[in-house]
Ligand binder design. Structure first.
Ligand SMILES: Cc1ncc(COP(=O)(O)O)c(C=O)c1O
Length: 447
């Protein structure tokens, strides 16, 4: 079925959703105009919508589904555990087992706590860093997404009207965010060693730690330089601050996450997405000395951490099955396929003679309608604004009609059920879409 179609079942469901949800959806990221396509079911790397159309899923619930949909091992683990009990006010062996599996993967991991989402993991890491240092402020890089906690959202949608000249401004994301939130977040220019170091040194007396993503998609999906990583480590170590590495997305890049690939030595790491095998999950892992702030065994912890569903057995069972599948070989194969996807797409932009570029690491792929060198928030913002943002949305819609689910803003990722045929199909579909966009543009200009 061609999208959009006002007679489709998805269009009908969207009308129904409009009557129950503000803005017609319970999840902003899955909404687009004129209506979002509704899923019926999925299998492997294919998602089937309610009108019976199949598409190859290059979004995988925003990088969660490393193994595609409904991998039989994960389904079996979830079914088995659901039948034995969904959640208890007792710990289970399952949570210890998943913790052991995750902790064994990176040298910086000594202890761990589970949460239900990446947002919650980031929130607890920030609170934990404050408890450890007794300081309130957190530093983060401009524009970088770390989930929906107020402090982590600061500067998320900074634009030239308010981002400041000499140094990034601390701009609240949600209307009405308390001033205390913005004044307790120090914003750094990603990858600018000298400027960031200066800002950190000036705020050293008040800082609890630095929240950092080494390959942030909102800075172009390009890794931080070795010098930047070194500077953050040197600063946090010298001043006894907590270096928090957000690996909610980047954990899929390597067996020990991005930290082992890029040589980051965090004190705390936030995890999520892939470690839950498709179930909601988050975790904070880190050095025992820092993680001790969550210890309430002898009374009140310095930083309380609990949650009705933290470590729930169904998620833990799915996570254990996922960790067994997340082998170095599986990651390496998917990263190789990612290379092929990026190379194919670069060639497509060249052949279509369209101003653009393709970035990303491992199994992550990002397309941009700009050839300006990326590598920080401001350059990426320029590449994704106005006409260029419209073009990405336009490409997304045209891909829907060529059997591909991507994102509206250029991010995609791969899953293990995919092979060369799927990534080559992506390149062909993008080429056909770009050529079509050029034709339509010519017609528009001529009329
Ligand atoms: C880097 C990063 N951190 C944290 C989060 C928040 O995770 P969740 O959506 O599970 O709350 C996300 C979500 O996309 C993310 O990309």
């Amino acid at each position: 079925m061609i999208y959009p179609d006002p007679t489709s079942r998805s269009a009908e469901l969207a009308k129904r959703a409009g009557r129950v949800y503000p803005g017609g959806t319970t999840r902003g990221q899955t909404y687009y105009t004129p209506y979002p396509i509704y899923v019926d079911h999925a299998e492997g790397c294919q998602v089937f919508d309610v009108d019976g159309t199949a598409r190859t899923d290059f979004l995988n619930n925003y990088t969660v589904q490393f193994f595609g949909h409904s991998h039989p091992d994960i389904v079996a683990a979830v079914q088995h555990q659901a039948a034995r009990g969904m959640c208890f006010t007792m710990p289970s062996e399952l949570d210890i087992e998943l913790a052991e599996m995750v902790l064994g993967r990176a040298a910086s991991f000594e202890h761990l706590r589970f949460t239900n989402t990446g947002t919650e993991a980031v929130m607890h890491a920030i609170k934990g860093a404050r408890a450890y240092t007794g300081k309130a402020k957190i530093a983060k890089c401009e524009g970088v997404y770390h989930g929906a906690y107020d402090y982590a959202e600061v500067s998320l949608d900074s634009n030239p009207q308010m981002w400041g000249q000499d140094r990034p401004q601390s701009v609240g994301h949600t209307h009405g965010v308390p001033e205390g939130v913005t004044s307790d977040v120090v914003v750094l220019p990603f990858n600018d060693v000298a400027a960031s170091e200066k800002i950190l040194e000036e705020n050293a007396g008040d800082l609890a730690g630095v929240l950092f993503d080494v390959v942030p998609s909102r800075c172009g999906g390009i890794p931080a330089s070795a010098d930047y990583i070194k500077m953050l480590k040197a600063f946090t170590q010298a001043h006894d601050k907590v270096l928090i590495l957000d690996e909610v997305v980047t954990w899929r890049l390597g067996y020990g996450g991005a930290q082992t690939l890029y040589g980051v030595e965090p004190d705390m790491t936030t995890l999520g997405k892939v470690i839950g095998g498709g179930m909601p999950i988050g975790a904070v892992a880190g050095r025992e000395e820092v993680m001790r702030v969550f210890d309430s065994s002898a009374g009140k912890a310095l930083c309380s951490h609990s949650g009705t569903f933290a470590g729930n057995p169904v998620t833990m069972a799915a996570g254990i099955a996922a960790m067994k599948l997340l082998t170095p070989e599986a990651i390496e194969r998917l990263n190789g396929l990612g290379e092929r996807a990026r190379a194919g797409l670069r060639e497509v932009f060249r052949r279509a003679d369209v101003d653009g570029q393709v970035t990303g690491e491992g199994s992550l792929v990002l397309m941009h309608f700009s050839s300006e060198a990326l590598g920080d928030y401001r350059s990426t913002w320029r590449a994704h604004t106005d006409r260029r943002a419209e073009m990405l949305e336009d490409l997304f819609r045209r891909l829907l009609n060529r059997g591909i689910l991507f994102s509206t803003w250029g991010l995609g990722c791969l899953s293990t059920p995919m092979g060369e045929a799927e990534v080559d199909h992506l390149a062909e579909a993008v080429l056909a879409s770009l050529n079509e966009m050029k034709e339509d543009n010519k017609k528009e200009l001529a009329s």
